[in-house]
Design a protein around this ligand. Structure first.
Ligand SMILES: Nc1ncnc2c1ncn2[C@@H]1O[C@H](COP(=O)(O)OP(=O)(O)O)[C@@H](O)[C@H]1O
Ligand SMILES: N[C@@H](CCOP(=O)(O)O)C(=O)O
Length: 325
């Protein structure tokens, strides 16, 4: 679960007095999530999410994250909105942490997504890529290829505890990706973590996207690869090409991929698999026993990475083969 910082009613009431959000009726910590502490608040006006930003979030990035939600919503994407205080600010402080009040998005995330949901996600991802155009703040992706080696260096001494022989395998993969990372492809604002738990559905229709706290500027096709990894593998970690086909088709119905993006997809899938493997590995090794967070299995992403290492072209992900004369 993820409630790292607890709050008390008096402090919360004082915090809410800065807003025009109604009187507090109840609040409770939300078990899901990894990065921040989230609470569900009920006031006599509306439900809200209260987010306390924890130590892995750089406070300097908060104007990007919160401004982005506003920008995306202004451009037609369904996502939560930061609520402004009476003084016009959207960022406050509570229990010693930067804190924001966020509008509540109706819906639930899908525990067993099907191909048609993957198509909806592809559509929403491409819509987000287009809606991000014109956003005035930029943020480098700290978890792209340049960030992986420093992260790996911290985990490497204990990596073989997770699986014997891992050190050599990951070193080789890092070298491959550093040498083969694509350059100059279409880029813009990406979500960078659009996993099933960050996409809400209501009555079987996609109701919106949440959790923009890894959003950054990077290649659009890399973001698509994050979704292929997160949505198109089954519980046994086997790739489901029907889901892949649906996701890519949904994406292309809004934003067609260029030939260069299609060619780069297998490398991007390797990169995004490694990225989630590395953050999970770090958390697996470093999180102290008893911490109030559910650790995610790094081996899931190791298996996915190994699958992508054998892919020769994006056709194997379900992309329709070009028609040849
Ligand atoms: N705007 C929102 N509306 C409704 N529920 C939300 C909203 N934001 C967060 N949640 C709930 O809180 C959980 C954790 O939020 P998330 O942003 O994924 O946390 P973290 O950034 O810590 O990973 C979500 O799975 C969801 O249940
Ligand atoms: N999606 C990442 C972990 C980040 O969790 P989130 O709750 O912020 O989506 C993973 O699966 O490793």
């Amino acid at each position: 679960m993820a409630v790292y910082t607890d709050i008390n009613e008096d402090d919360l009431t004082a915090f809410l007095a800065e807003y025009d959000a109604g009187h507090l009726m109840s609040y409770k910590g939300i078990a899901e999530g990894v990065e921040n502490s989230n609470f569900l608040l009920h006031t006599d006006k509306a439900p809200h999410i209260l987010t306390l930003y924890e130590k892995r979030v750089d406070p300097n990035d908060l104007p990007f994250f919160l401004g982005l939600m506003q920008h995306l919503a202004d451009n037609g994407l369904s996502c939560p909105l930061p609520v402004a205080r009476k003084d016009g600010e959207i960022l406050g402080h509570l229990a010693g942490r930067p804190a924001a009040l966020i509008s509540f998005l109706e819906g639930m995330w899908l525990r067993k997504p099907e191909a048609r949901h993957c198509r909806d996600v592809g559509v929403a991802l491409a819509q987000m890529h287009l809606a991000g155009e014109g956003f005035s703040i930029t943020r480098k992706n700290a978890l792209s290829v340049e960030g992986w080696r420093p992260l790996w260096d911290k985990s490497e001494p204990r990596a073989d505890e997770v699986e014997k022989g891992l050190k050599d395998e990951i070193r080789a993969e890092l070298s491959f990706l550093e040498q083969n990372w694509p350059l100059g492809l279409p880029s813009g604002v990406i979500h960078a973590d659009l996993f099933p738990d960050n996409v809400f559905f209501l009555d079987d229709r996609l109701s919106g996207l949440i959790d923009f706290y890894f959003a950054c500027n990077d290649y659009f096709a890399y973001d698509l690869s994050v979704c292929l990894n997160a949505w198109c593998f089954e519980k046994d970690w086997c790739y489901n090409i029907t889901k892949g086909m649906a996701l890519i088709e949904g994406y292309q119905s809004v934003r067609p991929l260029s030939a260069a993006e299609i060619e780069a997809l297998p490398v991007f899938c390797r990169g995004s698999a490694l990225r989630f493997f590395l953050t999970r590995l770090y958390d697996w090794i470093m999180t102290p026993p008893g911490a109030m967070v559910t650790k995610k299995d790094p081996k899931e992403y190791l298996r996915k990475l190994r699958f992508h290492q054998h892919i020769k072209s994006a056709v194997e992900y379900g992309l329709e083969a070009p028609v040849t004369a």
